[in-house]
Design a protein around this ligand. Structure first.
Ligand code: 8C9
Length: 312
């Protein structure tokens, strides 16, 4: 009897940091923003320059047509909402046009044009997501740009977990054509060595079985990292991140049942640390790829702006 009373008390105690109305609202806003910027049907992928996969068993390196449609007549389409253009991000001034020339089929980086378009498209979506996080638009423009530039590759890695399949360690975006295996990514110039940690990260993240609320909060927390270099108003960024992490902790306590809730918050924080080292590796790789890529037009103006041009 006493035992039972104690149990009930501790349960109440557990839900002590009950979710406030404001926290519930914050989660609803983030989920809506994510739905608006992550199309689970991947229907825009057909507008990217087509993926070109080298037949590993065919050394002839011929110029046969890729399986993908080579018709690039989508030309002037501008995928992504124009919400990206509005607002005050100077970074966003450049808008992407995916309808560039057909890929160079003899390039050793045969997947580069397609993956560049995928990353470029994802950057635009991440910007759209960031802009709808309460507090982001109220920051000064410089800090908005610092936060986005430094986190965007991390957010792309995080959001890609939605398409990642642990069954065969690939990202599955609808059809077979848009299924990215490790070897596809090495065909964009990324070496295996650095891809392995990314795949390990994806597997580990998948295992956390995050609820959608947790997934979107993790992305928002990552964007509002107060320790990014050269932030002007660090304290404001920190205050927003604090509000987001408190919401995440409250959500887990109140809505995530054990045993998977066990140590979930610290495990998520560890994922943010993993992303930092992936980000660092990425910067090095990007520099190499952008130097070595035969055709500079394999990259896109937005990629050059966000990750930097090798010439600058
Ligand atoms: O530096 C990069 C780069 C890419 C293309 C360029 O032209 C220039 C540079 C990005 C590098 C990373 C790998 C870094 C290893 C440390 C990039 C190749 C990875 C992606 C794009 C490979 C394919 C699967 C980062 C995330 C990887 C993938 C994402 C999948 C997505 C599909 C879908 O879930 C992205 C997501 O936004 C979706 C919409």
């Amino acid at each position: 009897m006493i035992m039972k009373r104690k149990m009930e008390d501790s349960c109440k105690e557990k839900c002590r940091p009950q979710m406030s109305e404001e926290q519930e609202q914050l989660i609803a806003t983030l989920i809506e923003a994510h739905h608006k910027t992550y199309d689970s049907s991947y229907s825009d992928f057909g507008q990217f320059r087509p993926p070109v996969r080298k037949d590993e068993f065919d050394s002839s390196d011929d110029c046969s047509m890729p399986e993908a449609p080579t018709d690039c007549s989508f030309g002037s389409s501008t995928p992504g909402e124009s919400s990206m253009n509005s607002g005050n991000l100077g970074l966003l001034a450049s808008f992407e046009n995916f309808g560039q020339s057909a890929s160079n089929m003899t390039s050793p980086f045969s997947m580069l044009p397609h993956l560049s378009d995928l990353v470029s498209y994802s950057i635009q979506k991440v910007i759209g997501f960031a802009k709808s996080i309460p507090g982001f638009r109220e920051l000064n423009t410089e800090d908005q740009i610092v936060l986005l530039k430094s986190s965007v590759i991390e957010i792309i890695m995080l959001r890609s977990n939605e398409s990642f399949s642990s069954e065969d360690n690939s990202w599955v975006c609808g059809s077979e054509e848009f299924k990215y295996s490790i070897s596809d990514v090495t065909q964009a110039g990324h070496n295996m060595e650095l891809l392995e940690p990314l795949v390990k990260f994806q597997i580990g993240l998948k295992k956390l079985n995050l609820h959608e609320a947790e997934h979107v909060l993790l992305m928002a927390i990552c964007i509002f990292s107060p320790d990014r270099p050269s932030l002007l108003e660090r304290e404001r960024v920190e205050a927003i991140q604090e509000r987001l992490s408190e919401t995440l902790r409250a959500y887990i306590v109140c809505n995530h049942p054990p045993p998977s809730s066990h140590l979930l918050y610290p495990k998520m924080v560890q994922k943010l640390a993993d992303l930092r080292s992936l980000n660092e590796e990425h910067s090095k790789q990007y520099l190499e790829i952008s130097r070595e890529a035969g055709d500079p037009s394999d990259l896109t103006p937005l990629l050059l702006e966000v990750f930097g041009s090798p010439l600058s």
